[in-house]
Design a binder for this molecule. Structure first.
Ligand SMILES: [Zn+2]
Length: 486
């Protein structure tokens, strides 16, 4: 065969290989198409070598093709091709961009295929070279060998590429499983939307089932990366939901802490100089300082800027701890002040006793010189309505809210069991107690009626004021809203 005809055959084969390479890139997933394309690239280079030097032997052409392909691949290690591709994007298809040592193996497979095709081109048209003493039969045997070996080599290369790809994909998916399981476990009971956890659990099950499938027969290239992407997306959804929940919990804890610290500050200020144990006061001051720091960390902006759910959860826990600590230290100081100021267990000290704001007090309608806590007054009005219906006159009031100064005036510290409690210890100062005149005589009908009916309207006669109590005071009645302990 003439060299010219042989060139035509090689040229046609080159076009076919080029087409095959482009189709591979376009249609086959990158994991398989990449190695296959690399191989066909080397095949194409071998065919070019045979085109340029038609007299070269197939194996020299194959070796030259591999060397050129490997050379360009090695060049990629210098970064120069990447620069060229950045300026001339189309050069990507000739130069590539990234040096991958494994590509050299695919080039070798492609070069072998190229050598076989060159040998095929020479034998195909019946050209029998008699440069040596080979017989026609020997050349035909070579042709048959080439026809069988070429697809076999290609199939082996493709099969190897698929197996290698599947192995890598499975390894990557396995690596994703542990962090996804950890995210699921860590988020239990801590997400705003439980559906995100359900979805992640389902993805984990799917991924485990996929990894249990037989490679190639059941698990195809691309399936594991898709499962990995889904896993990643769902982990992100769980983390986002956990962060949202943590922000809500921390915000709620911060809001709950605010009134407790306000109360703590108030009690601390009110006990200044009143003789309560200074160690107890110092303890409250310390936890109040800590609570202020923790609250500052949990500002709305701070929570919105936080990205780590675990950190926000820790902040929420610290806020709750601060809430409990301030609450306990406040009660401890109230108790300490009560021990100093109020001599009897039934007396309870409060900083606001006798110091209520006028806005919170209201005059008793039928005895307007006396005032009660405005929210308690309606219950006394209801009691009075019932009392008047029975006795034909209003409850005869002769004391209700007492300011601190008024309590100072009525308190007689020289008396071993004074009728009036020390300032700060009387519930008259809380605006929830009244003294009712004229019901102290034994067997008094109005007193008996009150004993039987006052409770219905939210009014009681405390144990200490009972005839058998510490200080029998038939006239003293108080609202059930009166705090009697901390
Ligand atoms: Zn009283």
């Amino acid at each position: 065969m003439e060299i010219r005809a042989r060139r035509w055959v090689v040229a046609v084969l080159a076009v076919l290989v080029l087409t095959g390479g482009l189709v591979t890139r376009a249609l086959v997933p990158a994991a398989v198409g990449g190695p296959l394309g690399d191989g066909l690239y080397a095949t194409l280079v071998v065919l070019f070598v045979a085109l340029v030097c038609p007299r070269t032997t197939p194996w020299v052409a194959a070796a030259a093709g591999w060397a050129v392909s490997a050379g360009i691949e090695a060049l990629q290690a210098t970064g120069m091709p990447a620069d060229v591709v950045a300026r001339v994007p189309l050069a990507r298809y000739v130069l590539g961009t990234t040096f991958v040592p494994l590509d050299l193996v695919w080039y070798a497979a492609g070069a072998v295929l190229g050598g076989l095709l060159v040998a095929l081109a020479r034998a195909d048209l019946g050209e029998i070279q008699v440069r040596h003493t080979r017989s026609v039969r020997a050349h035909r045997r070579g042709l048959v060998t080439a026809i069988v070996a070429a697809p076999l080599a290609l199939a082996l290369a493709a099969g190897g590429a698929v197996a290698w790809t599947l192995r890598g994909e499975a390894r990557d998916l396995r690596a994703d499983l542990a962090p996804a399981r950890a995210a699921l476990a860590a988020s239990e009971g801590r997400v705003a939307d439980e559906a995100t956890r359900t979805a992640l659990a389902a993805s984990l099950d799917d991924a485990a089932a996929l990894l249990a499938e037989r490679p190639v027969l059941e698990r195809r290239p691309g399936a594991a990366p898709r499962a990995g992407e889904e896993l990643t997306t769902r982990v992100e959804a769980v983390v986002a939901s956990r962060l949202a929940e943590a922000r809500t919990v921390a915000g709620t804890a911060r809001d709950a802490l605010a009134p407790v610290t306000t109360r703590g500050d108030q009690v601390l200020a009110a006990t200044d100089g009143l003789g309560a144990d200074e160690k107890v006061r110092a303890a409250l001051a310390t936890v109040l300082g800590g609570a202020a720091d923790t609250s500052a960390h949990a500002s709305g902006d701070g929570l919105a800027a936080a990205t780590d759910p675990a950190a926000v959860e820790r902040t929420a826990a610290e806020l709750t701890t601060a809430h409990d600590a301030v609450g306990a230290a406040t009660v401890a100081l109230l108790t300490a002040q009560d021990a100093v100021t109020c001599p009897f267990p039934d007396q309870v000290w409060f900083p606001e006793t006798g110091r209520l704001a006028d806005a919170g007090l209201a005059p008793i309608p039928w005895a307007p010189t006396y005032r009660l806590r405005a929210d308690v007054l309606p219950t006394l009005v209801a009691l009075d309505d019932a009392f008047r219906a029975h006795f034909g006159h209003d409850l005869p009031i002769n004391s209700a809210y007492r300011s601190y100064a008024e309590q100072v005036a009525v308190y007689n510290p020289a008396h071993p069991n004074p009728l009036a409690a020390p300032p700060g210890c009387s519930n008259h100062g809380l605006g929830t107690a009244v003294d009712i005149d004229g019901i102290s005589t034994t067997g008094n009908a109005e007193y008996a009626w009150l004993e039987a009916n006052a409770e219905t309207y939210g009014w009681t006669h405390p144990d200490w004021a009972e005839p058998s109590g510490r200080l029998p005071e038939p006239w003293h009645w108080q609202s059930v809203k009166t705090p009697t302990s901390y």
